[in-house]
Write a protein that binds this ligand. Structure first.
Ligand SMILES: NC(=O)c1ccc[n+]([C@@H]2O[C@H](COP(=O)([O-])OP(=O)(O)OC[C@H]3O[C@@H](n4cnc5c(N)ncnc54)[C@H](OP(=O)(O)O)[C@@H]3O)[C@@H](O)[C@H]2O)c1
Length: 280
C-alpha cells in the first residue's frame, strides 16, 4: 500500500523529460549498491543508473531483485547485475565483489535491527546488530578502498539513520551500531581524502518505504488507531508535512557520488524534511 501523503512529494524530472541534466561525471562508472531491490537502496540505484553507472544490485529475495534489475535496466539503458545475497554474510559480500571486483562507487545499506526495548537485547542480539550495521559496511570498505585510491576515484556512501543524531527509543541498537560506523568512517575518510576517495553518510528521517510502512503499522496497532490516521498524524508532525521519497534520497546519493562532490567527505547528510530541527 502506498501511503496517501507521499503523493504530495515532488517528483524529480527524469533526464528523458527534462532535456538538460546536471552532469554527474559518472557515465561508465561501476557502482555496488547493497540491499537495493527496494526502498532507499533502490532509490540510490535508480539515481546512479540515471547518471550512467553500471550497477550491481542486491537483495535476498530473487524475484524482487530480478524484477527491479529488469526495470532499472529498461528505464535507464545501463547494465544491471543482480546478485542474490545476504550482504551480512562473508559469502554474500564475496558474491557482490565477484560481480564488480573494482567498483568506483560503494553504497552500503542493509536491513535495520527490529524495534525492541533495550532491556530485552541479549549479548547475541547486540553483536548481531553491530555485525549488520557496523562490521558489514566496514568489511566492504576494507575490500574496495585501496583499489579506489590506486585508480584515483572512489565514492562511498553509507545509509545510516537520523537516529545517529537523535536516538529513537526501541532502536537503540541501530543508533549505537550506526554511530559506531560513523565515527569509524570519519577516521578512514580523512586518511583517503587526498586520493579522491570520499566517504559520506546519508541519514534518513521518515522515508516512505516498506520498512517505514511496517513501523507505522506497528505504531498504529499499539496506539489503537487506523493506519491511515496514524500515518497522517506522523506525517503532519514533520515540518515538510509529508514523508520523504526514495527518489529524493537517491538524488542526494548520486550527487555525493558525483565527480563534483570530491571535496565533500566525512559528512552526515540528514534527509528528514526538517524533523530534527537541528542548526548543526
Ligand atoms: N525508511 C526510513 O524511513 C528509514 C529511516 C531510518 C533508517 N532507515 C534504514 O535505512 C535502511 C534501508 O531501509 P528501507 O526503508 O529502504 O528498507 P526496505 O524498504 O525494507 O528495503 C530494504 C531493502 O534491503 C534489502 N535487504 C534487507 N536485508 C538485506 C540483507 N541482509 N542482504 C541483502 N539485502 C537486504 C531488502 O531486500 P530483501 O528483503 O529481498 O533482502 C530490500 O531491498 C535500513 O537499514 C533502515 O533501518 C530507514
Amino acid at each position: 500500500m502506498r501511503l496517501p501523503l507521499s503523493r504530495h512529494g515532488p517528483r524529480l524530472l527524469s533526464s528523458r523529460n527534462k532535456g538538460v541534466v546536471m552532469d554527474y561525471g559518472l557515465k561508465g562508472r561501476t557502482a555496488i549498491v547493497c540491499a537495493s531491490s527496494k526502498g532507499l537502496g533502490r532509490g540510490c540505484a535508480e539515481a546512479l543508473a540515471e547518471a550512467g553507472c553500471t550497477l550491481v544490485l542486491n537483495g535476498r529475495n530473487a524475484d524482487t531483485l530480478n524484477e527491479t534489475a529488469t526495470a532499472i535496466a529498461a528505464t535507464h539503458g545501463v547494465a544491471v547485475i543482480p546478485v542474490v545475497a545476504d550482504v551480512g554474510t562473508a559469502e554474500g559480500r564475496a558474491s557482490l565483489l565477484a560481480a564488480a571486483p573494482a567498483p568506483d562507487i560503494l553504497v552500503n545499506n542493509n536491513g535495520g535491527p527490529p524495534l525492541k526495548d533495550f532491556r530485552e537485547l541479549d549479548e547475541a542480539a547486540i553483536l548481531e546488530g553491530v555485525r549488520q550495521n557496523m562490521a558489514t559496511p566496514i568489511a566492504l570498505v576494507q575490500a574496495v578502498i585501496d583499489g579506489m585510491a590506486e585508480r584515483g576515484f572512489g565514492r562511498i556512501v553509507n545509509i545510516t539513520s537520523s537516529s545517529v543524531l537523535a536516538p529513537i527509543p526501541g532502536l537503540d541498537l541501530s543508533s549505537g551500531a550506526r554511530a559506531g560506523l560513523t565515527a569509524f568512517m570519519t577516521g578512514v575518510a580523512r586518511r583517503y581524502a587526498g586520493r579522491n576517495v570520499t566517504i559520506n553518510n546519508i541519514l534518513p528521517g521518515k522515508m516512505d518505504t516498506d520498512r517505514l510502512r511496517s513501523n507505522l503499522d506497528a505504531g498504529a496497532r499499539r496506539a489503537g488507531k487506523s493506519l491511515e490516521d496514524w500515518s497522517s498524524a506522523q506525517a503532519a508532525a514533520i515540518p515538510a508535512g509529508r514523508f520523504g521519497t526514495a527518489e529524493e534520497f537517491g538524488a542526494a546519493c548520486a550527487f555525493l557520488c558525483s565527480r563534483r562532490a570530491g571535496y565533500i567527505t566525512a559528512q552526515n547528510l540528514l534527509i528528514d524534511g526538517g524533523l530534527l530541527g537541528r542548526a548543526f
